[in-house]
Write a protein of this length. Sequence first.
Length: 185
Amino acid sequence: MDLHTWITQQVDGVESSARAELEHRRVVFQPHNGGPAITGVVTGTTQCADGIQLDVAQCGVEPRDGVPAPVESVTAVLRRCEADRRILARHRLDPNFAYEAACYGCGTYGDLDLSNVDNLNDCPELLDLAHAHGITPDVLAGLDRPQPPEPEVNAGYTMRVTHWPTSAITTRDVPEALRGPRWKP
């Protein structure tokens, strides 16, 4: 597993936790007067249409760790996960470099358009993302270094020499029509 894969797994875990938190707090309010059901997210104390105060426990949703996080903070976590995925999409293996596992998102330099980062695990953007997700030096040292993509195979075409010349090639075998005015045999 390389650094890109490790960050992707961390983002997946954070996103699934945030979505579970939102789903855990989603409830359906059934008013006593027979009106339409209201689906919402419990953020603490909620007042129904008929004036009854409902807290989180009465709505059938148990808060995690005693206090539910505000919905705004959970949606901020989901937005951050989306931003992380966009950065991961930009900083990936460069398909144009067959001899090194260069980062596509870090740009190039020089006349030959050489990559600024020779290996994806050295990408400063990915290292910053990994730091935000709590990577340790031991985990970073244990990650695989990405390898350059395998060069494309020649699609099965091979050159086979079926006839080797048995005699030396000479100029006297050239037809008269192809000989120029200064022809020397």
